[in-house]
Ligand binder design. Structure first.
Ligand SMILES: [Zn+2]
Length: 270
């Protein structure tokens, strides 16, 4: 579930809520999702205090006192609640609890010391943060110009730009009017610049929609999406039926009229 706008929202809620709170207990119902990289029992966490919460790509990083870290990769279905309820892992604080829910059990929770992040798959390999000042049009053009992949795969690979998931990849390509099977090298300069604008616009509008909706912390907000999970519904722009297709194994939603397949690249033999 959580994509960048969801994680930005979680960071904004959890950071002020948890910072300064001391852990008094840890309840692990599903050890399968835990990766303990501490080299000793998780009892070590008792008495430690949350010092910060921040997003890193598709991860949420919970910093703890004594340079300890809890890093969560929620994958498809991970979610958090501050309510006292049953979940896979629950961290108790005095008068508070943080519970991790995940009905697919695909997410992972890593416990480690600061500096051991290289042991977390893909953590250090994240590309430029699309919410940072480093994500300029020049940087984006440099990255897309060096990719031989389909544009949807390029958007989602995370080693180039971090971090766009399935749902927002569909929304971004719809906004840009680009067919999801287009290869990066088939796009002209104008389309690449338009794609850069669409990334910023769609992610910002996603953040605004998630922030603005009155939802529970663990609920996903997807009502604002125009094509994602809208197979056979009319396109909001042209009225054609939204199509669903598998692109490199991923479910992909798009409008066949607003996002026409790219013409064959014109080859000038002279
Ligand atoms: Zn359309």
């Amino acid at each position: 579930m959580p994509e960048l706008p969801d994680l930005v929202y979680l960071e904004g809620v959890l950071q002020p809520e948890l910072t300064g709170k001391q852990i008094v207990g840890l309840d692990v119902k599903e050890p399968i999702i835990i990766r303990n990289l501490l080299g000793e029992s998780l009892d070590l966490l008792k008495g430690k205090t949350f010092t910060d919460v921040r997003r890193h790509g598709p991860f949420l990083v919970f910093e703890l006192s004594d340079d300890l870290r809890m890093i969560v990769h929620p994958m498809l279905a991970g979610a958090f609640t501050l309510e006292k309820r049953k979940g896979l892992v629950s961290i108790q604080m005095k008068d508070h609890a943080l519970t991790y829910l995940d009905n697919k059990k695909m997410g992972k929770i890593y416990f480690l010391r600061k500096g051991s992040e290289s042991q977390i798959p893909r953590f250090l390999e994240q590309g430029v943060n699309i919410r940072s000042v480093e994500f300029t049009e020049a940087k984006f053009l440099e990255l897309i110009n060096s990719s031989r992949r389909q544009v949807r795969a390029f958007l989602m690979e995370q080693e180039s730009i971090s971090a766009i998931g399935n749902a927002y990849a569909d929304e971004i390509l719809f906004d840009a009017g680009i067919h999801p099977k287009t290869f990066c090298y088939q796009l002209d300069q104008e389309q690449k610049e338009g794609l850069f604008r669409s990334i910023n616009k769609v992610i910002q509008s996603g953040i605004d929609s998630v922030q603005g909706s009155k939802h529970l912390l663990h609920e996903k907000v997807r009502d604002h999406m125009l094509v994602r999970n809208r197979k056979n519904e009319p396109c909001p722009r042209c009225g054609s039926s939204i199509r669903r297709e598998s692109v490199l194994g991923y479910d992909t939603f798009f409008c066949p009229k607003c996002q026409p397949a790219q013409r064959k690249t014109f080859i000038d033999w002279k």
